[in-house]
Ligand binder design. Structure first.
Ligand SMILES: Cc1cc2nc3c(=O)[nH]c(=O)nc-3n(C[C@H](O)[C@H](O)[C@H](O)COP(=O)(O)OP(=O)(O)OC[C@H]3O[C@@H](n4cnc5c(N)ncnc54)[C@H](O)[C@@H]3O)c2cc1C
Length: 394
């Protein structure tokens, strides 16, 4: 089978995994990524922190032989999912080995740079060409070809293109015009700390303030944990969203209410290293995800706020289903892209909406709303309520 060259734009989770599935199924992908390298000198400076991968994402990874095991070996699976108030009252503590029993895989914390390293090692093993320092800025389509132009002035011709270029996707903009990501009204200040001193077990811990604040932490290896403090903040503060200098971090630690919350939150905050502050965005639903020979995947198609921890997991699902439908409709790429969009759009839109709702509930302000939320949390996890997210049949 020869479908010609498939240009994949963006070497994050969506682009890397789509390339792997394409190669596995007889296509010829070529990956183009705007950063200089995915190593400790290059993109690591930009991508801090970690990801929580879920049973649905890990199941997708298992379709590349051995990849799920490599992820499990390089991350930290959680034994408990806990909810507390900022005063230390325990709302719920659920052992989550039930996830593995019901959905086949645990919840896994893993460093973002490790995710990219493992995916790119696999790309290299599969001899998939990767071109760094290639920032797409223009594309045109003809009956049989897609021509792209990069900011360095070079051009490349392929037969198809998959836009996996993230939240602020240029491919999306070139296809459908300039709809912008939507600010959700929330920021997160994110840090990393040595969790062994703070937590005596491997758990994902959510802590709720009295009004408008939320703290989450989970480990991503045997020593370290990441944490995120969520606030409501006006869009006017965008200027302050960046990597915090040591002075800014100290100021944050002195001034933020979290430092006075019950243990272990106070310890996380006071032992934090490397704080960054970001605004949280999602995307309005797109009517369609493709135009002729170009199709979107991952955040480029359906960026979500992070409160359900599903953005990267959904990028993995996109990669798998896009190639699956394409293989079924090998002579009709438009049918493949349409079937893929139909299947994926409904699920990802539902998740974007649910993540927004989850974020709002975490930082609710009215005492009655907070009480209602805490009562809900105290009931613990009902696996039937969450199975629509984690239980996928391939
Ligand atoms: C604070 C926070 C926490 C999160 N936590 C989780 C979590 O716990 N679990 C989870 O599943 N998801 C989480 N997410 C979401 C997750 O990070 C994204 O959904 C995921 O990274 C999307 O992958 P992607 O490959 O589509 O996009 P990206 O990871 O953004 O990758 C896009 C790639 O395209 C490249 N690129 C961009 N423009 C161009 C261009 N013009 N030309 C060439 N290359 C280009 C970029 O350099 C980048 O490498 C979180 C997000 C945030 C903000």
């Amino acid at each position: 089978m020869s479908q010609g060259t498939v240009l994949v734009i963006g070497g994050g989770v969506a682009g890397a995994l789509t390339s792997l599935f394409l190669k596995q199924n007889g296509f010829s992908p070529e990956l183009y990524e705007r950063v200089a390298a995915f190593n400790d000198v290059g993109v690591v400076k930009q991508i801090k922190g970690s990801l929580a991968l879920a049973p649905n994402g890990l199941k997708i990874l298992s379709q590349i032989p051995g990849l799920d095991k490599k992820f499990l070996d390089n991350g930290a699976s959680f034994n408990y999912l806990s909810h507390r108030t900022s005063h230390g009252t325990i709302l719920a503590e659920t052992p989550i080995d039930i996830y593995s029993l019901r959905f086949g895989y645990p919840l896994l914390g893993i460093k973002r740079t490790v995710v990219l390293r493992l995916l790119h090692e696999e790309l290299n093993r599969q001899l998939i060409p990767i071109h760094f320092n290639k920032s797409l800025c223009a594309l045109t389509q003809s009956n049989e070809h897609v021509t792209v132009e990069f900011q360095d002035g070079t051009k490349v011709i392929g037969n198809y293109l998959i836009g996996c270029d993230g939240l602020r996707s240029t491919v999306r903009q070139l296809l459908f015009g300039s709809d912008q990501p939507t600010y959700t009204g929330l920021t997160q200040t994110i840090g990393i700390t040595d969790h062994i001193r703070q937590l005596d077990r491997s758990e994902m811990l959510n802590v709720y303030g009295d009004g408008g604040t939320h703290f989450i932490t989970y480990p991503f290896n045997s020593k370290e944990a990441c944490f995120a403090c969520t606030f409501r903040e006006s869009i006017a503060d965008t200027e302050s969203w960046r990597s915090l200098s040591t002075e800014q971090a100290l100021k944050f630690i002195q001034e933020c209410g979290f430092a006075r919350w019950a243990s272990p939150v106070d310890k996380f905050i006071s032992n934090a290293s490397r704080l960054i502050k970001i605004g949280l965005y999602d995307r309005p639903e797109l009517k369609t995800w493709y135009k002729d020979r170009v199709v979107l995947a991952g955040d480029a198609a359906h960026a979500t706020s992070p409160h359900l921890g599903q953005g990267a997991n959904q990028a993995m699902e996109d990669a798998y289903y896009l190639v699956k439908f394409w293989k079924i409709n090998i002579t009709d790429h438009m049918k493949a892209f349409e079937d893929y969009t139909q299947l994926r759009k409904e699920r990802t839109s539902r998740l974007v909406t649910a993540a927004r709702r989850q974020g709002e509930a975490r930082v609710c302000i009215e005492p009655e709303e907070c009480q209602k939320r805490n009562e809900m949390l105290s009931k613990g996890i009902n696996l039937n309520d969450i199975s629509w997210i984690y239980d996928i049949q391939l």
